[in-house]
Design a protein around this ligand. Sequence first.
Ligand SMILES: [Zn+2]
Length: 67
Amino acid sequence: MATNPFACGECHLVLGDGVDQCPRHPSAKVSSDWTGYVIIIQPERSEIAARLKVDQPGKYALKVNIR
Ligand SMILES: [Zn+2]
């Protein structure tokens, strides 16, 4: 079993230990199958944030594979 934390399939937010639901997208699918860990501090100044459509600081996965 993967020990990866879950990431939100909607906003790519990497969730905390034991958390299986995105606080911003309770109905979105989550997956532990993701790659590329990025920490976004200033979304308004970040190209990655723009690409991921992220508007809040946090830890994100670049790619989330939803089954
Ligand atoms: Zn989310």
